[in-house]
Design a protein. Structure first.
Ligand code: 5AD
Length: 492
């Protein structure tokens, strides 16, 4: 395998397309021309999908410099934590990890770096609080990562990349892809909204859209490399606007990517209701490759709370978007994010949120207790809702949603659905499939099914997943399988 990859590297036209490497594969140091020997790195990622994909790109940057990925921090020369600060609990995780290196020799001789949103938020304070850290870099400065690593290699003890003042996107020559079936691709970085609860504009910098032509070329390369599913990413993915003179809208971009021959599934996340247009629904209607799934965070069902959150839409405006989606020719599955206990949320406001859930009938809801964050306007508001009350509201909301999901899933009993098999559970002898609506559908299968598209009939349901059995069709000998770079060979 290693040799194949070197050939890929050699086959690359000068200044040409970036490389894609599956997880666990590295370029041999000799293939890079940078003689760093067998130095190793380990990255642990917290938080959102954007972070997961940023880590794939950071891994690519390190591999292009001759570093080799390893599975544990004990085995690594460089240890990186890609952090999340969306809520206080998430932000604390990195400090507990770093605590392990405070005393004794666990971190001796190693480079320890902090990336991502907590890095941006805490900046050089990391060096005082956790002196074992030598690299602090926020995502808006990842374009400088090779230079920062160079400084560390040259013997610098402490380096930072903390500027938010950038118009650049993080482009890499090499990306290590950790998901063998679904390729992630960032199309827009940063965020210009000022939602009162959200730390992201302060940690990820201003919005920067990548060019439409580059995105389509990247997707084409991913499909050529064997991926059949692509997920386009952005903090607000549908705020994407083509910076090139062609000036495509987001819906046009979706259509262009969906038209790439060989692509079977196209998803995008996360959409903001303010930028959600009927053209996006029209693109889904006319391109079967676009999955029956939209994640559209509402945060609250109460218009006064939405106004305090500075979301830029009312409950009614949001429901109009939902109506438009429900008017699609396809049964589009909807999911959302909710914050309970935002500053000043009354019992009545909360009930408005419950009634919105009952009205929309989402297939999945991600709900969180409000957590005041630094550098947000919400920090200045009084956090009036006691913790126990936030917990009570969260529990009540999740219970209502559990019933909704169970009911909706029960309506699927007997239906035959196409799944992409993403995993295998040896203990249960079950293949783990995913439907176009992003539901998990388990069925008796085998490891060799991973990466294949199969038809499965739903035989039992729970609130969070479905169980089924495979439907064999004529001509099923020629199953279509997917797999980045190695064409569906995983798990066999
Ligand atoms: N407290 C609680 N939840 C938050 N989110 C964002 N900021 C906060 C916060 N301060 C939630 C929102 C967002 C999701 C990614 O995290 O629901 O959509």
């Amino acid at each position: 395998m290693g040799n194949d990859l070197i050939q890929i590297a050699n086959a690359r036209p000068p200044g040409g397309a970036p490389l894609e490497l599956p997880a666990g594969e590295g370029l041999a140091p000799s293939a890079t021309g940078i003689g760093l020997g067998a130095k190793t790195f380990y990255i642990e990622t917290f938080g959102c999908q954007m972070n997961v994909h940023d880590s794939e790109k950071v891994a690519g940057v390190l591999m292009a410099r001759g570093y080799r990925p390893v599975d544990s921090h004990q085995a690594a020369d460089i240890i990186l934590y890609n952090t999340c600060s969306i809520r206080e609990k998430a932000a604390q995780k990195v400090f507990s990890r770093l605590g392990a290196f405070r005393k004794g020799s666990a971190g001796a001789g190693k480079i320890i770096g902090v990336l991502g949103c907590v890095a941006q938020q805490e900046g050089e304070r990391f060096f005082e609080r956790t002196p074992q850290v030598s690299l602090v870099c926020g995502s808006a400065s990842y374009t400088q990562l090779p230079e920062l690593l160079g400084q560390l290699e040259a013997g610098n003890r402490r380096v930072t990349g903390l500027s938010l003042d950038t118009e650049d996107c993080f482009e890499t020559e090499l990306t290590r892809r950790d998901n063998l079936h679904r390729a992630y691709l960032t199309i827009i970085e940063g965020c210009d909204q000022r939602c009162a609860f959200c730390v992201v504009p302060a940690t990820r910098g201003p919005e920067r859209s990548r060019s439409g032509a580059k995105i389509v070329a990247d997707c084409q390369r991913l499909v050529d490399g064997g991926y059949t599913e692509i997920q386009l990413l952005g903090q607000i993915v549908n705020a994407w606007r083509d910076p090139q003179p062609a000036g495509w809208s987001f819906a046009e971009l979706l259509a262009r990517v969906a038209e790439i021959p060989g692509l079977r599934r196209l998803r995008f996340t996360t959409s903001h209701p303010r930028y959600f247009t009927s053209e996006i629904v029209a693109a889904i209607d006319s391109h079967p490759v676009l999955c029956n799934q939209i994640h559209l965070p509402v945060q609250s069902g109460s218009t006064p709370v939405l106004a305090r959150m500075r979301r830029g839409h009312t409950r009614e405006e949001y429901l109009e978007k939902i109506n438009c989606i429900r008017g699609s020719q396809r049964a589009i599955s909807l999911s959302t994010d909710i914050i309970v206990g935002f500053c000043g949320e009354s019992e009545r406001d909360f009930e408005e949120t419950l009634s919105l859930l009952a009205q929309v009938e989402y297939d999945q809801v991600f709900a969180f207790k409000f957590s005041p964050r630094p550098n947000t306007d919400g920090l200045g508001f009084q956090d009036t809702i006691p913790e126990e009350e936030k917990s009570r509201r969260l529990t009540a909301l999740l219970e209502l949603q559990r019933q909704i999901q169970l009911r909706r899933n029960q309506a699927l009993l007997g239906q035959v659905m196409e799944v992409l098999v993403e995993g295998y559970q040896p203990r249960l002898g079950q293949a783990v499939g995913r439907t176009t609506t992003n539901r998990v559908l388990n069925f008796p299968g085998e490891p060799a099914d991973i990466g294949c598209y199969m038809k499965v009939q739903v035989t039992a349901v729970g609130p969070n997943s479905l169980v089924g059995s495979r439907v064999l069709e004529q001509g099923d000998g020629a199953l279509e399988c997917s797999g980045g770079l190695t064409g569906g060979q995983y798990g066999s």
